[in-house]
Design a protein around this ligand. Structure first.
Ligand SMILES: Cc1ncc(COP(=O)(O)O)c(C=O)c1O
Length: 426
């Protein structure tokens, strides 16, 4: 029996069988809206709201005592959040911390691990990674006195969507010191084989790290098996940690004890931090890579959101994510292909993340038409509409309705009313 068909009854049956359906009620899902943009900014949850209000009330109650006298140990809040995140990627709790934003965490990791020599001085990246990763890499090689045109090696994509792992491995030449790659590509949703790439990089004596912004909270990574050197990510996408939420940083335990590239007093051993000594004594763990004082209010929303994940298994989250995106792809093939839509993400489960990259020549205008109809997607140039049916709060019926709205927009040519110039924030 085929798993899907195009009827509303099929969507309703899939929702009925969905073991994660109950999680939706923890989120503020707007009546009449179909939210497909959790890969840009996850929805606010009741748990995030409650945690923010709790921190606010603890600040009111305890003032400076908030750091050490409140029921939650906010002095070690980064460790509490780190442990929750570690569970999601099967890392040790001490290997994960939260600090700053993804971009600064990339700077931090490269400042720590990029030690160029005259023979090995290049950083390997891919053509399709998110711009901030490339900007950070270029500025780090400049800080070491190199010209990015010479010291940043860029693996090209063959088709503008996918980066072949074989091409990345072929580019791991003797002059490469460090490799920085995405876990899931932000546009095409391609999921890289992190374990294979790590094995190959390590076999050649390179440091390797990943940007997990588009996979954390959607893909069930196993960092014990991957065993890369570092990873960074934001907590505001699938994890719903709030706009500009504090970011994640993983440091493999084999690097514990190293002096961070960018050291600060919050990375000092907690026992001696308030001795105010001139010499830095790093925490034995990812906490050493902390810099300045933790933003409790921002961390609170992330804590609340992660408490939802505490009750779930990442295997279940990934299983629903794969199924609901497969359902979306099925409906696209069945109902939208005839209007010129194509699917830009890989089809195989092992090679795709949590969103579907819907491509069309008129993507900008169709994206605008969708927004006018209560759907929240996003557009990425040149022709991609990203649709992320997030496992925690999107239903199969949402996906069914979304595709019907798209059919209607194409049948009525409603999108022609919209400008093909995209807004500043796409
Ligand atoms: C892959 C990737 N890296 C980094 C970022 C952004 O980093 P930051 O948290 O520093 O704004 C994004 C944002 O969408 C992203 O998709």
């Amino acid at each position: 029996m085929r798993e899907f068909n195009t009827s509303l009854e099929c969507a309703a049956a899939l929702d009925k069988q969905d073991p994660l359906a109950h999680v939706r009620e923890r989120f503020y899902v707007k009546e009449g809206q179909i939210y497909m943009d959790g890969n840009s900014l996850g929805l606010c949850s009741k748990d995030a709201e409650e945690a923010v209000l709790r921190v606010l009330s603890d600040w009111k109650e305890y003032a400076i005592g908030v750091w050490s006298g409140a029921p939650t140990n906010y002095f070690l809040y980064q460790d509490i959040l780190g442990a929750k995140l570690a569970r999601l990627i099967n890392a040790d709790p001490e290997e994960v911390t939260v600090c700053t934003n993804t971009t600064v965490n990339i700077h931090q990791a490269i400042a720590t691990f990029y030690n160029p020599t005259s023979k090995r001085y290049k950083i390997l990246v891919d053509e399709l990674n998110f711009p901030t990763d490339r900007y950070a890499v270029a500025s780090q090689v400049r800080l070491k006195g190199y010209d990015p045109d010479e010291a940043v090696k860029v693996v090209q994509s063959r088709d503008g969507r996918i980066v072949e792992e074989d091409d990345i491995i072929a580019a791991m030449t003797d002059d490469v010191a460090l490799v920085l790659l995405p876990g899931v590509l932000y546009r095409s949703a391609q999921l890289l084989d992190l374990a294979r790439l790590t094995r190959e990089a390590h076999a050649r004596g390179m440091i390797i790290g990943f940007d997990l912004c588009h996979s954390i909270g959607a893909v069930d990574h196993d960092f014990k098996a991957i065993d890369c050197d570092f990873a960074v990510w934001c907590n505001y996408k699938y994890l719903s940690g709030g706009p500009g939420a504090i970011a994640g940083l993983y440091i493999n335990r084999r690097h514990f004890g190293l002096i961070p590239g960018l050291a600060g007093w919050q990375g000092n051993r907690k026992e001696t931090q308030f001795d105010m000594l001139p010499e830095f004594e790093p925490v034995y763990g990812a906490g050493a890579w902390q810099t300045g004082t933790q933003p409790l209010l921002s961390m609170a929303a992330t804590e609340g959101a992660l408490s939802i994940y505490d009750k779930l298994s990442m295997a279940d989250v990934r299983a629903k994510s794969l199924k609901i995106t497969a359902y979306l792809m099925y409906l696209i093939d069945e109902k939208l292909a005839k209007y010129g839509f194509t699917i830009g993400n890989p089809r195989e489960d092992a090679r795709r993340g949590g969103h579907v990259a819907l491509e069309h020549e008129d993507a900008v205008r169709i994206n605008e038409a969708l927004k006018a109809r209560g759907v929240v997607p996003d557009f990425r140039p040149p022709r991609v509409i990203r649709l992320a049916p997030v496992a925690l709060y999107c239903s199969y019926t949402d996906v069914y309705s979304l595709v019907n709205i798209l059919v209607d927009i194409m049948e009525t040519k409603e999108y022609e009313k919209f400008s093909s110039k995209r807004g500043t924030v796409a």
